[in-house]
Design a protein around this ligand. Structure first.
Ligand code: 16G
Length: 200
């Protein structure tokens, strides 16, 4: 019974596991000409480094270590495949909203980097939209390969290209200098405020 259930689940996923959360072409066709970021050696969305691939998050990434990667950034908790699938479906149902980009090691087939751009639609600024960069993380064994920089650059260019009037993120004090290279500033007179309702 249990075996049949697992088998059926696998079958359902097989048709779907490579389904991206947003259209692949959007990433491939980004125009980096406005980016001021320098790379040495050169890396890009199309070529993030040897054996690495940059692409939208797919359903099958649950099996490629996506959740454990996120746990290098903050508390994740136990998330079952069903919970992951349900959340993926809910995000998918909001078109043009969730741009989750991952980097995969094509040899190990593990997700080793991730970053999210969330697009919030607004009435203000002539019905414009605002971008929020969230959950940027690169596996600790892949640091020093300019991957956080490339991920940030990608999400910044993407937000501009999607027409956001502004983009923002939350940063720890010691990351402020790093993020400033992407044109992000602490705006005078503005404070990031937050109230936490629960400790997961
Ligand atoms: C960092 C992240 C934020 C993430 C938070 C999780 C970036 C740029 N910032 O601030 O996106 O949601 O950490 O921490 O990636 P929390 O679980 O304590 O809220």
């Amino acid at each position: 019974m249990v075996i049949r259930f697992v088998f059926q689940q696998k079958l359902i996923l097989n048709g779907n596991e490579n389904k991206p959360i947003f259209e692949h072409n959007i990433l491939q066709n980004l125009d980096f000409s406005k980016s001021t970021t320098q790379y040495n050696p050169a890396v890009s969305v199309q070529n993030p480094g040897e054996g690495l691939r940059m692409r939208p998050l797919c359903r099958g990434d649950y099996d490629k270590g996506f959740m454990s990667l996120l746990s290098q950034m903050t508390k994740v908790g136990d998330v079952s495949r069903e919970e992951f699938e349900a959340r993926f479906t809910a995000m998918e149902a909001c078109p043009d909203s969730y741009y989750i980009v991952v980097i995969e090691d094509t040899m190990t087939k593990k997700v080793i980097g991730s970053g999210t751009l969330v697009i919030e639609q607004k009435f203000i600024r002539k019905c414009s939209s605002r971008g929020r960069i969230e959950d940027v993380v690169v596996h600790n064994q892949y640091r020093g390969k300019q991957l956080v920089k490339l991920m940030m650059d990608t999400l910044m260019v993407l937000s501009q290209q999607l027409g956001c009037y502004k983009v923002s993120l939350e940063s720890e004090d010691d990351r402020v200098m790093f993020y400033s290279q992407f044109g992000l500033i602490k705006e005078a007179g503005q404070n990031y405020m937050c109230r936490r309702f629960k400790e997961m």
